[in-house]
Design a protein around this ligand. Structure first.
Ligand SMILES: C[S@@+](CC[C@H](N)C(=O)[O-])C[C@H]1O[C@@H](n2cnc3c(N)ncnc32)[C@H](O)[C@@H]1O
Length: 289
């Protein structure tokens, strides 16, 4: 499989607007404000449909909150988020002065993000913005940045990135993350171990899902299905070969149904919310010793 030219990644960036649009139905701090600022609905043709709204909106809210729960369990004070897009986590977490938060994305996207954040809050000395293509070798990660402390561990995050990347690209992300974790110690938290098995199950539930995959693929030039792991054992094996141990947490084990705010907004069936929480996972990856 050949890897695509780096500029092809920019085609993925509009998906961050879709995510921002869908997060505005949650009670995630700053999600509504960010979505309004970019006017995501008019900037981008949303893959619309009632069913999609009812599946994508809760999934994005659950994913965000589950990542936050796992961050809290590790309680590292230095956070590097890859492919931040329009996620509000940097804004939310940097309200705590003991946290150093690094938001990163491709340069056009991180420039936009910085500009939007500046419209919402005063500049914060513990919130940094870096242009990082996570797949580039040698790494663009801030290994020796003067705002990071060698004595403290780092939590690296990405949500909604790996499923767009080919396997050679994922390997380069792994190599870059390995270097950071070797240097500082810490953990990589991500829900991105999506599998073909999972996508196929989703497609079976409703015909709109297949249409959404096609829209994403037309928009980004990348197939979510082809770039996914066959099943969870394939994902574990891939990361083992890249030097990582994988700890899986079912979303339902780390967060409660009551936390899913959008279920009232969208009139979701509580059993459906329970189903989403029990069929989706989040992962903590650490270096094998
Ligand atoms: C689906 S969006 C997810 C954004 C955000 N994480 C969220 O959950 O809303 C995918 C993001 O990946 C970013 N991206 C694509 N290729 C990338 C790369 N090679 N390195 C870093 N970020 C990349 C895009 O710019 C976009 O912001």
């Amino acid at each position: 499989m050949t890897s695509l030219a780096p500029s092809s990644f920019d085609l993925i960036s509009p998906t961050a607007l879709t995510a921002a649009y869908n997060r505005q139905f949650s009670n995630i701090p700053y999600a509504f404000e960010l979505a309004q600022l970019v006017d995501a609905k008019t900037v981008l043709k949303q893959p619309s449909g009632d069913y999609l709204l009812k599946i994508v909106v809760p999934l994005l809210e659950i994913r965000y909150k589950a990542v936050n729960h796992l961050i809290a369990r590790f309680s590292h004070t230095q956070i590097i988020e890859l492919a931040s897009g329009l996620l509000p986590r940097g804004l939310e977490m940097s309200e705590r002065p003991n946290i150093t938060f690094v938001e990163s994305d491709l340069s056009a996207m991180i420039d936009l993000k910085k500009q939007l954040v500046t419209q919402l809050v005063e500049e914060r000395s513990n919130l940094h913005f870096e242009a990082i293509d996570a797949t580039i070798r040698p790494s663009q990660f801030p290994i020796h940045a003067n705002y990071l402390r060698d004595s403290e561990k780092v939590t690296i995050l990405c949500e909604g990135l790996l499923m767009y990347l080919t396997f050679p690209e994922k390997e380069r992300v792994c190599a870059n993350i390995r270097e950071v974790l070797w240097h500082y110690g810490g953990v990589w938290i991500t829900p991105d171990l999506n599998t073909k098995e999972q996508w196929h199950k989703m497609q079976e539930t409703n015909s709109e899902v297949g249409g959404m995959f096609q829209t994403v693929s037309d928009l980004t030039g990348r197939s979510l299905i082809d770039n996914s792991f066959n099943d969870i054992e394939h994902a574990r094996q891939f990361f083992r070969e890249q030097g990582f141990g994988v700890e899986e947490h079912k979303m339902i084990e780390i967060m409660g149904e009551g936390e899913v705010f959008c279920k009232e907004q969208l009139g979701l069936d509580p059993n459906f919310v329970k189903y989403l929480l029990s069929t989706n996972s989040i992962f903590a990856l650490t270096l094998d010793s």
